[in-house]
Every structure is written in structure tokens, then in C-alpha cells.
Design a protein around this ligand. Structure first.
Ligand SMILES: NC(=O)c1ccc[n+]([C@@H]2O[C@H](COP(=O)([O-])OP(=O)(O)OC[C@H]3O[C@@H](n4cnc5c(N)ncnc54)[C@H](O)[C@@H]3O)[C@@H](O)[C@H]2O)c1
Length: 252
């Protein structure tokens, strides 16, 4: 997909990965970005706006634990931008001590946000089609004992996103879906885990190889934007140690 003049909604755009992605999307010539997040960050918004003064970079408050709020945020974005072409569901938390909240934000939030976007993008219902990008994690392709609840939420994201990418739906809606699976990326999420040890139990198994491949949020964002530009409907992408590669599920 050519990013020039596209309208984007980035849910979680003030997060570590989200902010770097929004920067990169603006550098690649997108026309407008609506950032949906739970709290506004005026400084980040200003930095993003400065990248392209002709673009409209604006904030809409959205709490993924509140379904009505999600619906309202998408309606507001649609009213402001007229149409949107790309939606990134890029929020998330990693806190094994908050089980309901983890599932609510990481899985139910992504589900409701996706449906809210789809109803306005669906070509068979007057929309323009486009791409929905759901951010999962490498733990969704394996399993890591120290973050069992987070892992469960991300397995759900993969199943949900891949199910909606069914060519039967795509032929009608013209909305494609891709799943993004980063490995450990140096953001606030990872630094708070290190400080507060928010693990499933108080003992923690050694880190598997996949989670030792740390990367910067800039590297992750670069590869995420490359995936958006090149990926086909239904594809699943691993972003690890600064490298982007497609993941293929084994046949069953
Ligand atoms: N950092 C990593 O190592 C890593 C690895 C794999 C996957 N991921 C995934 O990448 C995505 C971004 O992670 P990050 O590292 O940038 O994290 P981050 O903590 O820097 O950002 C998370 C974002 O989610 C938002 N958010 C939290 N609660 C919300 C709510 N109730 N409603 C709306 N937004 C809410 C935050 O405000 C923030 O903008 C998440 O889905 C995360 O699970 C991160």
C-alpha cells in the first residue's frame, strides 16, 4: 500500500512503539493521523505535527475498557477525516497481577476497536476498504510461563485477526487484516516490568531465545511500517532484533 495521502487511526499512538510508528508514517507522507489513547500527550502531538505541518495530527480520547467510548471515538475520527484507510490497534498492557484488565485492554479492546473501525471501512456498506493492523507479540506464536495471561490475550488477537482476514469477508469488505508480532522492544512497558516484576508467579523461568532479541522502538516501527506497505491480507509478521519476517502457521 502506498502511504501517500492516506488517513490513519493509531490506537495507542502515545506508546513507545506507537509514537515511533506515527513519526515514520508522517515521514512517509500520510495525510492525517488521529491518535486514540487513554491520556493525551501534548508534547508528543506537537513533535508529530512538526514533521508535516500540512497534515492534521489530532488526539481523540479513547479508553479500550469502555465500549461506548470506543464506538464514539471512531465516529468522531470519521466525522473529522471523512474516511480512514489504515487502523493500527497498538495499545496494550503487560501486568499479570491484573488479569481482567489485561484481557479487557489487550483482547476485548482490540476486538471492539476492530469492529468499530470495520463498520466505517466496509466497502459493502459504503466505506472505502483499507487495512487493519493488530499488534500482538512473539509470545502469541510460542508460550512463555512468566507472562501466561498476557500470552493468552495475544493468542486471542492472532486468532481473531486471522479469522477476519478470511478471503470470503475480504471480497466484500475490501478491508485487509495483518498481525504484527514484535519481540522485546525497549519501551515503557518493558522497563516497568523490570522494575515491578509483574509476572504470573513470583518465580520466573529463564527467558526463551525469542525474548532475548531486544530491539529499539525505532527499529520496530520501521519494520511495522514496511509490513503495512507490503503485507497481504491475512499475513502474520515477526519483528525481532530489528528484522522483519513473515510467519507461516503449519498446516493441520
Ligand atoms: N514492548 C515490547 O517488548 C512489546 C513486545 C511485543 C508486543 N508489544 C505490543 O506492542 C504494543 C505497544 O507496546 P509498547 O511497548 O509501545 O507499550 P507502551 O506501554 O509504551 O504503550 C502502550 C500504549 O497503550 C495505551 N493504553 C494503555 N491502556 C489503555 C486503555 N485502557 N485504552 C487505550 N489505550 C491504552 C497506553 O496509553 C500507551 O500509549 C502493545 O500491544 C504491546 O503488547 C510490545
Amino acid at each position: 500500500m502506498d502511504l501517500k495521502n492516506k488517513n490513519v487511526i493509531y490506537v495507542g499512538g502515545f506508546g513507545g512503539i506507537g509514537f515511533c510508528c506515527c513519526k515514520s508514517l508522517l515521514e512517509q507522507g500520510v495525510a492525517n493521523i488521529a491518535i486514540m489513547d487513554v491520556v493525551e500527550d501534548a508534547e508528543m502531538l506537537e513533535t508529530l505535527q512538526a514533521i508535516n505541518k500540512a497534515a492534521n495530527v489530532f488526539y481523540i480520547k479513547m479508553d479500550l475498557t469502555d465500549v461506548e467510548n470506543i464506538e464514539g471515538a471512531f465516529t468522531e475520527a470519521h466525522d473529522t477525516m471523512g474516511r480512514f484507510d489504515i487502523v493500527v490497534n497498538g495499545s496494550g498492557i503487560m501486568n499479570e497481577h491484573e488479569i481482567e484488565r489485561t484481557i479487557q485492554i489487550n483482547l476485548l479492546g482490540v476486538i471492539y476497536s476492530t469492529f468499530a473501525a470495520l463498520r466505517l471501512m466496509d466497502k459493502s456498506k459504503g466505506g472505502n476498504g483499507g487495512l487493519i493492523v493488530n499488534i500482538s507479540s512473539v509470545v502469541s506464536l510460542d508460550a512463555y510461563g512468566a507472562y501466561a495471561v498476557y500470552t493468552a490475550s495475544k493468542y486471542g488477537v492472532n486468532g481473531f485477526t486471522r479469522a477476519l482476514s478470511d478471503p470470503y469477508y475480504y471480497s466484500q469488505t475490501k478491508v485487509g487484516f495483518i498481525t504484527i508480532c514484535p519481540s522485546t522492544t525497549e519501551t515503557q512497558m518493558v522497563s516497568s516490568l523490570r522494575m515491578d516484576a509483574l509476572t504470573t508467579f513470583d518465580r520466573m523461568p529463564p527467558l526463551p531465545k525469542t525474548l532475548c532479541n531486544n530491539q529499539s522502538p525505532e527499529n520496530c516501527a520501521y519494520n511495522l511500517v514496511t509490513a503495512i506497505k507490503t503485507a497481504k491480507n491475512g499475513s502474520v509478521w515477526i519483528l525481532s532484533a530489528g528484522i522483519l519476517r513473515e510467519y507461516h502457521y503449519p498446516d493441520i
